[in-house]
Design a protein around this ligand. Sequence first.
Ligand code: GLN
Ligand code: ZN
Length: 772
Amino acid sequence: MTEQNITQFPAASLLGYPRIGRRRELKKAVEAYWAGKIDAAALDAAAKDIQLTTAKRLQELGLNEAAAVPGTFSFYDQVLDATAHLGAVPARFGQLLNAEGQLDIDGYFTLARGNKEQQPLEMTKWFDTNYHYLVPEIGPETDFKLASNRIVEEFEFALAHGIETRPYIVGPVTYLLLSKASDDAPAGFAPLSRLEDILPVYVELLGKLAAAGASWIQLDEPALVVDQDTSAEEIQAAVARAYEVLPGAAVRPQLFVSTPYGSLDGQLGTLAATNIDALHIDVFKGAVPSAAALAGLGNKTLVAGVVDGHNIWRNDLAVSAAKLDELKAAAGKLAVSTSTSTQHVPHDTAEETQLSAQLRSWLAFADQKAVEVKTLADYLANLASAKAAIDEASAVIASRATAEGVQRADVRARTAALTEADFNRSEYSVREAAQEAALHLPPLPTTTIGSFPQTSEIRSARARNNKGDLTNEQYEQLMKDEIKRVVELQEELGYDVLVHGEPERNDMVQYFAENLEGFDVTVHGWVQSYGSRCTRPSILWGDVTRSAPITVAWAEYAQSLTNKPMKGMLTGPVTILAWSFVRDDQPLGETANQVGLALRDEIADLEAAGIKVIQVDEPALRELLPLRKADHAAYLKWSVDSFRLATAGAADATQIHTHLCYSEFGVIIDAIDGLDADVTSIEAARSRMEVVHDLEAHHFGRGVGPGVYDIHSPRVPGEAEVTELLSTAVKHVPSRQLWVNPDCGLKTRGYAETEESLRNLVKATKTVRASL
Ligand code: GLN
Ligand code: ZN
């Protein structure tokens, strides 16, 4: 370390900040670049604009010390950024580096989006969030070298504007733990075995950043808070080695290691024993470590993540101040930050003027969290001004507990009166017989997952209706026309259980949030889901009830158009919770049961309207699975229970379907079984039906539809291909249980490829039926 690089760690800083832009400027620029509408220079200008706006904004909010602004901008994904800097381009992409040995922006996007020959890097969930990262593919031959200078350039750019940021990169241990073995790697190969080879690249990057004037770098190591398949001892050894080598770099900034998303537990001691300069721990979700554990930190700065980066509620500053007092007594140097990056929350509550002032006062988006962190740092510095802000937060939080709608006597009386019977249906064999008599379905019944292509006409009709340019009657008529088309198409194609196509839904969660009490929705509250894709989670702030039927009129209309069974379509309680910002003042299970009861009422109304098949989607069941194995059982209990509560009121003859969007079935197959749905559809096309082995091993005993059409790509599956997939399936799953369906909803597809694909599904089904 050179002398000029030694500065104190900023007393107040964020672990990370949204990078998509307050008005999704990055999304717009990146998509325009992909479409060839703007050039690389214009894309770069848009990115720089976001970076500078962010840095200035955070300074304005009080984070104005050196290295307080996190350099967490990314064109697509922070793990992909690390891949770029490490030059870890999978061999299957061929020569993607340019003449200077650099991965330029086009090479970078090729890894993210694939090209004609190659699938993109696989995408998967980032810890227990709804953000998705691109999985690095590492093999014994991966040739690591510094192949990007972007982190350095971004630092220099901000510095030229007078702001010293804190560069960010995913740390070496987390990077390798998040990687998968490349296809050409021998069996049993572990990416972590390449640790020794990536460390020199990090060292080189440290040198460049120090030369550019960086005083701190943030190495993000969230994988250390998760129970990994790799043993704790092996991880411990990797951490010890990595943070022996990096601090030994001849020229480097000071090293700040962040560990968001939970408690470090045993790995705290490992990091404490290294020569890093500052360590972040999550003390919002995670526990406050013992004084003995903290004593090991010695001279390091402890960066306390006391403000939640992952949810949107105003921080209870008094509680945080008490935690800081406890930490201060045990740690030498203490600084304040967020528990995680604030990339998971929107920018600013001030944008949501349509929300009531009361609700807004309860919320803290990224900008508000910056102020909270600053207030808590002021508290640590004994500034009198902090006191008033802490008291104000306490008063607001107290007002929340008693505000109208937060606790409703009617809702609470209902959940309190629940008994075991409310969670159970009749034996499956009884239901199966009743359903057979009611539905008369052929063997291998065909169906789809719910949505049909959301055409630009549908979207623009909704936008015009929202603006007032279309009356509700006109809008409704357009949706009915669409439903009619979709029903006629399915009749023509020969499907057995039909859907109405979901044209009236903007989003499978927001649609329900807009129609249930206890929720509100934002206008500008976009958060990045992956790449340029953003979602606008609803806010679940109060007790949930249904004041009127939601989907019944649409389902009834759709059923009136056909003699075939029409599937009613609902989103399940776990998914509604997972894709919303959920209240933090009661256990999730209690909130889930309230949603479950609202859906139970909806199901009763659908039945009364003559709907005989009802699907309750739970694509997020896997997503909320806790990071620590010790927490799995409790989670699976309440999540499965809420689904059962929603569905167990259905008559024996009503066929309950569920849909899950992934194929790693093995991990939670007991939970899926526990849902007790009559029919479960799952993803399977990309993994070529591997899931049927799990089903067979588990003696899965009810209806199941492993997807035979990968709807995530515009590719049309041929008739022969689908026939082969189904032939495989019938070898492992009794044919009377087997359903034929795509992997997921068709919302993002176009009509041309959808029609052709769905036609092939029916043709293949007929062939396989004939062979039974
Ligand atoms: N019914 C929804 C649809 O078809 C399910 C979507 C999902 O699983 N994500 O779009
Ligand atoms: Zn799905």
